[in-house]
Design a binder for this molecule. Structure first.
Ligand code: GUN
Ligand code: ZN
Length: 434
């Protein structure tokens, strides 16, 4: 008989989206339980009932900690780990001054392997169990990321970042090599264990129309793959795109006219959208990825969460490290809340938590496998300490319901709040375990 593990603690899961159905879409049990068998969630229920029904299960009692699905980061750049928090530039200067020189170092496969290991240590300590990351132009940067993720049993996504213009020597491919290298990597990794290959043109300014066309053709050949890129992050970037693509109707059209718009497309930032762009994105069911710490850090603008959600867009949440200033999805939720406030809409804690788990999982078309506590889902689970620092603990002590309990951790929490992480049902050793 298969060995089962029963996690006990408070539990938080989603029966529906809190954007559609309000906070009641979240289901909280102050004495909940999650039964895991063979890396999969077998049952979620009331802790004492599950304990009585499964006396053979190995019990892990997490006390008052909150058991939740692990966080899902829908847009990040693992190669930017070592240059996060670089001072004083806006997007284009930031890319040229800090990002491209760092990405150049990934020509060395050993460096790529070292950063991949460091990156997974960091994100796991922060409670993130799935990331959709950009790599660099070097195929070895994809191999390093996937090999490390595979060894750790993680569900992870990445792709070779394609650029054939407006990038320095040593950091450019060609339309043909981008296509061929991406296809080879896709063949090697896509669908292996818990890994997915993502077709990855960086953004229109660093691709020729020929390169976008070649990657659009590759996507058409592999429609089950996701495609990720950047869209309308800063206003001078948009002006640049217009000058590089004079025939395009708008920024989105540079992707659309080259076969790079679809339901499995992920468009990072998407801040300064034209009405036509919003209509088309909603029509095809593409995913917009909100990167709030990045958007404030690089000075990009205020994502219209309320308006886009009301329009029925598919939206995920992401750190965008290292344009984003944190590896923490807690910090990312806090920044999303603050941007909501600046736009006149206070996001409910249930909405923030949903975005960081099920919302991002849906953006990645993985909502039926990760991002929630439900039978049949993969057992990527975190235990969150809701009183992880003195400042949070004293506020938490005054709380009268789960949302008042959780919100101080959302606003003030970091990796110290992540007490335990299970990946595919297996416990991970925590750097910050007490
Ligand atoms: N646009 C193109 N590349 C990047 C990147 O690496 N980070 C961010 N934030 N925006 C981009
Ligand atoms: Zn990005």
């Amino acid at each position: 008989m298969t060995h089962a593990t029963l996690l006990l603690g408070q539990t938080l899961r989603f029966a529906a989206s809190p954007f559609a159905d309000g906070p009641e879409a979240a289901v909280h049990d102050s004495r909940g339980g999650v039964l895991i068998r063979d890396g999969i969630i077998a049952e979620v229920g009331h802790g004492p009932d599950l304990r009585a029904a499964h006396p053979q299960a190995r019990v892990v009692d997490c006390g008052n900690a909150l058991l939740s699905a692990g966080f899902v980061d829908a847009h990040a750049h693992y190669p930017q780990t070592a240059m996060i928090a670089s001072w004083g530039k806006r997007l284009i200067d930031w890319l040229n001054s800090y990002t491209f020189p760092e990405e150049m170092r990934f020509a060395d496969p050993d460096y790529a392997a070292r950063i991949a290991a460091r990156y997974f240590d960091l994100v796991t300590a922060h409670g993130t169990t799935t990331v959709c990351s950009f790599a660099t132009i070097h195929p070895a940067s994809v191999d390093a990321f996937f090999a490390e993720a595979q060894a750790r049993g993680l569900r992870m996504l990445t792709g070779k970042t394609c650029m054939d213009r407006n990038a320095p020597d040593g950091l450019r491919d060609t339309a043909q090599s981008a296509h061929d290298d991406s296809r080879a990597l896709l063949g090697r990794w896509h669908g292996v264990d818990r890994l997915s290959y993502v077709i990855t043109p960086r953004f229109s300014p660093t691709s020729t129309p020929e390169q976008l066309e070649a990657l659009g053709a590759l996507w058409a050949e592999h429609p089950d793959c996701l495609m990720q890129t950047h869209l309308s992050e800063q206003t001078d970037e948009i002006d640049w795109v217009k000058s590089l693509y004079p025939g395009a109707r708008d920024y989105l059209d540079t992707y659309e006219s080259h076969g790079l718009l679809g339901a499995r497309g992920l468009y990072g930032h998407a801040i300064h959208l034209e009405p036509r762009e919003k209509d088309r994105l909603a029509e095809v069911g593409a995913a917009l990825v909100h990167c709030p710490t990045s958007n404030t850090f690089i000075g990009s603008g205020l994502f219209d969460m309320a308006g886009l959600m009301a329009a029925g867009q598919r939206v995920g949440l992401a750190t965008d490290t290292g344009g984003g200033s944190s590896f923490s999805m807690l910090r990312t939720m806090a920044a999303a809340y603050e941007i909501g406030q600046l736009r006149g809409t206070a996001l409910h804690p249930a909405q923030l938590w949903w975005l960081a788990t099920q919302g991002s999982a849906r953006a990645l078309h993985l909502g039926d496998r990760i991002g929630n506590l439900a039978p049949g889902m993969e057992a990527d689970i975190i235990a969150v300490d809701l009183a992880s620092t003195p400042a949070i603990a004293q506020r938490h002590a005054e709380a009268e319901d789960i949302w008042e309990s959780l919100f101080p951790t959302i606003m003030m929490g970091d990796d110290r709040a992540i007490r335990a992480v299970w990946v595919g049902g297996a416990p991970k050793t925590m750097v910050n375990a007490a």
